[in-house]
Design a binder for this molecule. Sequence first.
Ligand SMILES: Nc1ncnc2c1ncn2[C@@H]1O[C@H](COP(=O)(O)OP(=O)(O)OP(=O)(O)O)[C@@H](O)[C@H]1O
Ligand SMILES: [Mg+2]
Length: 237
Amino acid sequence: MSLKQPLLSLTGVNTYIGQSHILQGVDLIVPAGHVTALLGRNGAGKTTTLRSIMGLWRPRSGQIVFDGARLDGLPTHEIAARGLGYVPEHRAIFRDLSVFENLQIAERKRGDLDRALPKLHTLFPDLKRFESRAGRHLSGGQQQMLAIARAMVADNRLLLIDEPSEGLAPIIVGAIVEALKQLKGQMTVLLVEQNFRMAAALSDFYCVLDDGHTVRAGEMAELTSDAALTARLLGAG
Ligand SMILES: Nc1ncnc2c1ncn2[C@@H]1O[C@H](COP(=O)(O)OP(=O)(O)OP(=O)(O)O)[C@@H](O)[C@H]1O
Ligand SMILES: [Mg+2]
């Protein structure tokens, strides 16, 4: 599918949190079957964009279109039911429940765990090895894997993943990159990432936000081949 046929698009999205005008006209295109990185400094509005897509914040104006139909204004459960999976920041798993029970709870909302499990275990072998281990006793990387797997129990078409590398050691980040690489082509992903190397390793397209605006978007190769542009858009490091 081409850029002209995005799976998800945001046009002129304005979102307020209380009185604060946080998203000030976000434009974003997420082509089907690809990984798109949503980049930007701390506080740029990346998480607010994901929450606006999921209806957790209600945009005041602008359009959010998924697979040809408007999402903005719908309640979150209806948005999720259309095939959007959300992996929030800080890995919101149930720490007192086992890996398997966490996946069962995701199934209760929607999905077919028997059907999803073989694929999830191939992607994340630790989730099979530690199936009966409580969430609290998983490593940070395993918790992140479980959080992503939960969003994949339902047959989602788009995954929104917020900072999967946060707080993880580089070797663990590498394992998550490898798992997400296997997903490429099967699933469309919108990935928020501060770790530019991770974003660059996975993404085909990018969009940079600053101060609640879209400042630039394009093919990831444009950024990886132009360190000066990347530094200007994202700051040092
Ligand atoms: N619940 C909230 N109440 C008030 N202001 C908020 C709230 N959540 C976010 N903001 C503000 O909105 C702006 C954008 O925040 P957001 O969390 O979307 O940024 P971000 O790009 O995800 O940043 P980070 O990289 O630090 O996660 C920031 O100025 C933040 O302070
Ligand atoms: Mg954030």
